[in-house]
Design a protein around this ligand. Sequence first.
Ligand SMILES: [Zn+2]
Length: 252
Amino acid sequence: MFIDVHCHLDKLIEEFPLEKALKNAKDNNVNMIVVNGTDHEQNIKVLELAKNHKEIKPALGVYPLDALNLSDKEIDEEIEFIEKNKKIIAGIGEVGLDLKEPELLKTLDKQKNNLTKFVNLAIKLNKPIIIHSRKAELQTIELLEQLNVKKVIMHCFSGKMSLVDRIVKNGWSLSIPANVHYSQQFQDVVKRVPLSNLLCETDTPYLHPLKEWPNEPANVIYSYKKIAEIKNKSLKEIEKQIEDNFNKLFEQ
Ligand SMILES: [Zn+2]
């Protein structure tokens, strides 16, 4: 079984029939799809999708830039909403820090406050947390270390190799997007990281491995193939190892 540990199907359905994406996934043996919410409305959609499709596992969260539009009270309400669904959800995500533009630096304290709340929730529920860290890689790692969280998946991690080493040392996982097919950055990450710390993702509808639009979970196979090639293992071996990694992290 192949596993897509991070995607946004709720966004996909606006432009690409969901049933087609799920059929393509099934035909390619992609039988576990962790769909990530990014705000309250999307979190509700993710729960609905999971209710109707057994291969879909919900992760709920608020994307760091969306979280900036919420008051502290609204964040707390969303945390409560997520906690109420603790029996259904597989993990917390997508959450994190984002400094893609310099002016976001002035929001860093608020972003850290928000992320801290989600991390504490993940620890309390003993669920893995799926982390976005665009242009804020060091700040994100430092905060996660301070909070002493263990079940961490760094999604699409694009920081320096010294930080990749630090993630591994912390025992966290990195999920490798399907665009590793052409991305030297992610190929270097795969070379650097032990197989036991790797997972695979598509970030559907983004990051299509052939630079098309939209991406879909079936394409997670591109991540598996590139990892097999770089690690000089069979696709079967990689499939088994990633499934073991996933089970270890997500089992309750
Ligand atoms: Zn994402």
